[in-house]
Design a protein around this ligand. Structure first.
Ligand code: ADP
Ligand code: MG
Length: 702
């Protein structure tokens, strides 16, 4: 009992919650703020002044001395600049001040953040603007105010602004359509997101000894450990005590910040784990996921761990993803993707389901771009993560529902079946009618869609911006077609339009195994894209179709679209550039020293042996030396090639050309070099290597 109370007390204790506002703000002010949060309406300055005063008081009571406008620039990380509340008085004392103006607007210098060219046309000054729909919180004695980040000209320089705009676009179109269908109570629709977060936890000292992990977040060389994930003994395995202690503290710290983390377990690969929160409004969920990633790293440090959020930290075992569970909910509390008992007759559900299918098919390439990063490219299409081809899994029952719908037949559900467990003592369990297909990139999972392509380090803002806008677009098309039809004929017309849409887009539906080569061939026959890498996918971002979509729904302007294009490409090639330099340095400075020291010792040992025992053979020593010498020759050749090609890459001016060159040449050189180094590493005793091997890094936590 005691435990429950303390968790309840702890939960949200560092958050300026709705409850705190209700208790502290004058009634009319509270009502105004509440309305802003619920309906996304504008907030007046006098209201902001009152909120600021109460926020400051609350923050100071909770130990805060500073405040910061917290935002999410295009680096994918979060940014903050701290200001104290102090204001000096003439008598040498200070008072603590915080005005409404300081709450709603900040003016950080934007010139050192990526802007993809927007900076050249606009002043360096940037603005942060308070987002009242995401609650402020206290961390490290500072009041954190979630904000959007804009250029002097009002262009979005962050991920929050377009996300909020896309939620708005989706709401506008959904409400319009729902009202046309007779759902007149609905005034607003929100996107809900639950993001499952995968990560690795490894020993901190080992992490510090590997330059590749330290500088790039992933290992660039390293022979496989004798054991990988083939025993299937880690997934859902017993939590090791040290890991359990870490997860416990992480839960508590996140709960204090009002982040509803719920599930935790070991994942498939050794040293890999997962955390999942209860879903929230998209905008808050995105902020909370950013905070979660930050806290994961910070708390790992306290427990002697390093937390790796890279998509592919180790070769040969699974990488990490972030499942984006997505649904849409009305202001009347209805989940629009809830099929209910009779999905075949649930026209609202079918309308939204088919609109999502149409949107995903129509804008599959933009969804692919939304999850493209240098790190995630290592994961998509490998036999562990969804392929780079976008398809939708619906499960047998829903597929049958849609088949009947398309043919104009009534669907007869087989109903839920009771499962035979064969043991009397066990409770009766009803089998779910939708199975789970782990290989699908976009799966319907009961009452929501799960987009499984995002990588573990990605801000979930990206995929949701695209998803919301694409769905808003298909909803608007439907509305435009329906509104012309007399009211009494609309029901039939809607069915007809949905049937047509389904026929046009059902090529994207696939219930089979997405990991197979057969699917790759089948997808090609169906005309589905298979955009394997970021440079291959990026040109889709700036097509007329893409610009048309985002500008029509006022989610991104043409300038913002093009600046994002530049930024993504830049971040991609810079990442591989750093990886190439790191690998070269590790091989030259660290690995080769180990190799040379070992071969020197071995040669000396062999000649001494010969001197002492002239008759004894030194075949073993010779054999090892020969093999290592062969590897050494290959290594030098590959290292030179990588060096030269990286130099060539540095000369390329055009961003897309550069990214393509890094992808098709530099990455391949790195692979070739790695393969010889790994081959040699497997023969060198650990004591000669200045960095820990895969076996040690992956299996040292006991
Ligand atoms: P699994 O591991 O089977 O994919 P989990 O239970 O770990 O599923 O995670 C499911 C996630 O989906 C949770 O974060 C949950 O809160 C979220 N979720 C559930 N309902 C919705 C919804 N309506 N909208 C968005 N996310 C949802
Ligand atoms: Mg999942």
């Amino acid at each position: 009992m005691k435990e429950t109370t303390s968790v309840q007390e702890m939960y949200g204790s560092l958050v300026f919650t709705d409850k705190v506002m209700r208790e502290r703000l004058p009634k009319d002010i509270y009502r105004a703020v509440h309305k802003t949060i619920q309906n996304g309406t504008h907030l007046e300055l006098d209201v902001a002044n009152s909120v600021a005063a109460s926020m400051k008081e609350w923050a100071i009571e909770n130990g805060a001395t500073h405040y910061t406008h917290w935002f999410q620039p295009m680096t994918g990380l979060t940014a903050e600049k701290h200001d104290s509340f102090i204001s000096p008085e003439e008598d040498g004392t200070v008072i603590m001040e915080f005005s409404g103006k300081e709450l709603v607007r900040g003016e950080p210098d934007a010139s050192s953040f990526p802007s993809g060219g927007l900076r050249a046309t606009f002043e360096a000054r940037g603005y942060t603007a308070w987002d009242p729909s995401s609650p402020a919180f206290i961390k490290d004695g500072t009041l954190y105010i979630p904000t959007a980040f804009l250029s002097y000209g009002g262009e979005a320089l962050d991920k929050k602004t377009p996300l909020l705009r896309s939620m708005e676009a989706l709401s506008t179109q959904a409400v319009k359509l729902l009202q046309l269908l007779g759902e007149s109570d609905v005034t607003r629709v929100t996107t809900t997101i639950g993001s499952e977060q995968e990560y690795f936890l490894i020993d901190k000292d080992m992490y510090l000894k590997r330059k590749d992990l330290l500088l790039c977040g992933r290992t660039l060389l390293g022979a496989d450990a004798p054991k990988g994930q083939e025993m299937e003994d880690h997934y859902f395995g017993v939590l090791k005590p040290k890991v359990s202690e870490y997860m416990h503290e992480l839960d508590e710290e996140l709960w204090k910040l009002g982040i509803p983390v719920k599930t935790k377990h070991n994942e498939v690969a050794p040293a890999q784990h997962e955390l999942a929160p209860v879903f929230e409004t998209a905008n808050v969920a995105v902020d909370h996921n950013q905070l979660t990633m930050e806290m994961m790293k910070r708390i790992a440090d306290r427990h002697g761990f390093a937390c790796l959020l890279h998509e592919k930290p180790f070769e040969g075992i699974n990488g990490s993803g972030k499942h984006n569970n997505w649904s849409i909910q009305t202001s009347t509390g209805v989940n629009l993707l809830n099929p209910g008992k009779h999905p075949g007759d649930n026209l609202v559900f079918l309308t939204f389901l088919i609109s999502v299918i149409a949107a995903v098919d129509e804008y599959a390439d933009l969804l692919r771009v939304s999850v493209a990063t240098a790190g995630n490219d290592h994961r998509l299409g490998a036999n562990e993560a969804p392929p780079a081809i976008i398809s939708i899994f619906l499960g047998d029952e829903l597929t049958a529902v849609l088949d009947s719908f398309e043919k104009g037949e009534t669907f007869e559900s087989a109903g839920k079946q009771q499962m035979g467990t064969g043991a009397q003592v066990l409770p009766h369990i009803m089998r779910d009618t939708t199975d789970r297909n782990r290989t699908s990139p976009f799966a319907f999972t009961g009452n929501k869609f799960e987009f499984r392509m995002p990588g573990s380090s990605l801000s979930v803002a990206n995929p949701n911006i695209v998803l919301n806008t694409a769905v808003a677009d298909t909803l608007e098309d439907l509305y435009d077609a329906l509104v012309k039809i007399p009211e009494e004929e609309r029901g039939e017309a809607l069915r007809k339009l949905l049937r047509e849409s389904l026929s046009a887009h059902k090529r994207v539906l696939f219930n089979g195994n997405g990991y197979t080569d057969e699917w790759v061939e089948e997808a090609e026959r169906r005309g589905l894209d298979n955009l394997r890498s970021l440079p291959e996918a990026m040109p889709r971002w700036i097509t007329d179709k893409s610009v048309g979509l985002f500008t029509k729904h006022q989610v991104l302007t043409k300038d913002e679209i093009f600046s994002r294009y530049e930024m993504l490409l830049e971040s991609y090639y810079k990442t591989i550039h750093i990886e190439s330099l790191t690998l070269q340095e590790m091989v030259r400075k660290d690995f080769m020293q180990g190799l040379i020291a070992y071969t020197k010792d071995l040669s000396q040992e062999a000649s001494q042996k010969k001197a002492v025992l002239p008759d004894a053979g030194v075949t073993l020593e010779e054999e090892i030396l020969r093999k290592l010498s062969e590897d050494g020759t290959k290594i030098i050749g590959s290292l030179d090639r990588l060096h030269e090609d990286t130099k060539k890459a540095e000369q390329i001016e055009d961003a897309l050309e550069s990214a393509s060159f890094y992808q098709s040449v530099v990455l391949q050189d790195m692979e070739a070099l790695r393969s010889s180094v790994d081959h040699a590493e497997a023969q060198i005793p650990d004591s000669y290597l200045p960095y820990p091997t895969y076996s040690k890094v992956l299996f040292s936590t006991i």
